[in-house]
Design a protein around this ligand. Sequence first.
Ligand code: MG
Length: 463
Amino acid sequence: MVDINRRDAVKHLGGMAGGFAAVMAGGDSFWEEFGKPEPAEYAQSAARRGLPPVKITDVKVIRTQVGRSQFLNVKVLTDEPGLYGVGDGNHLERVSIVAANIEKFLKPMVVGRNVDEIEDIWQTAFTSTYWRSAVDANNAMAAIDGALWDIMGKRAGMPVYNLLGGRVRAGTRMFTGASTRSLEDLEDSIREGMERGYQHFRFRGVRDPNSPVTEMNSEAAAAAAAALDRGVDLPRFSKTTDAYFIHSLERAFEHIRNTIGWEIELGSDVHNNVTPAGGLILAKALEPYRPWFLEDLFTVDDWGWYERVRETSAVGLAHGETFTHRLEWLPLVENHLIDYVRAHISAIGGLNMARKLAMLCEFFNVRTSWHGPSNVSPIGHAINMHLDLACYNFGIGEGGNFNDQLRELYPGLPEIRNGVRYPANDLPGLGVDIDEEVAAKYPPQDPGGNRGARSIDGEPRRP
Ligand code: MG
């Protein structure tokens, strides 16, 4: 329909001096004569004709909850009716604070701004809090930033990955998890994953069901909870010792190498469940099984231990899901202390910062593996994918298997086939939307949550 209008317009131009003049002058009478095209196409045309810039008119926060997953997304609306962008600012633990940050501070800052000024808007938002890189502020910025990239893609008439330099791969290889109820279960689970095309598997240790330690730990945890009078609210007891944690993981790796072999990649998220010394032992213990990555061997607070582990083991190291500031990743990247950067894109300030981090990593041969579990909203997954398609130093992707509810809520989501994630379309922008009518069926249930952890004795520990 748009093409017909355009053809008709060209055909009539010779005899329509007034219309032609109106187009050249940037007036709207031409479009009134021939019908206005789709919002993105009109915006592209307006940009070419030197019309005033498209302005941000509103930022709409859309919060949903599907099952246990809460999402915060925005729509950035513009003065071009129908032209908007969608973004992701999902900080599950403090989602209501992110919403308030956008509503009370960022929205008033950006309304009236030129939608093309992504870098300027990002930089001014970054310093608007004076103190840098609060994770809630970063997520709020990320939501608007992602929407601006979406709008820019729509105006340019190309997918966001083209704005980032163009596709260097057809799709992005993903890793998947595996069940660890027993060694047999783990093996079956990995074989089933291989049938679906996956080659990278991340799993935790397999505990011995007959181990007296498991029961001892449960009893100790219950005793600690009772003694401390904290009832059942204790989040996430870690019920293990270094030795048992290392042994459980080692026997899982050993079993898979002995039964399935060496043609797949194995990794694990240690999630700081061992002491720093335990981390050194674990890396050495697993090295014979060639892990492609061990994630979060230490907390971000303990990054100096990565220097030590590099001296004693050559396992692949992944770190970064709790990054919020450049000073956390700079020493790890520039000193070659990690192999995969695992930043959660919205937590570091969104696509605009993530593309810079990816470029930094390229120069040090560190690969990207953006954090991508279910606490990244589906729009966030689309952002991960666009960057991954364009980054030379992409390593491996995480997550992105969406159920029917999410596919209804977010039309245009990427698809995974044979363990590889592909865009579902080549639409301009992010290629994904949020259906507000469907969103209304999934209202958020709570303001966020707590994520702290405790040791076996009930003491707080760093997750
Ligand atoms: Mg992790």
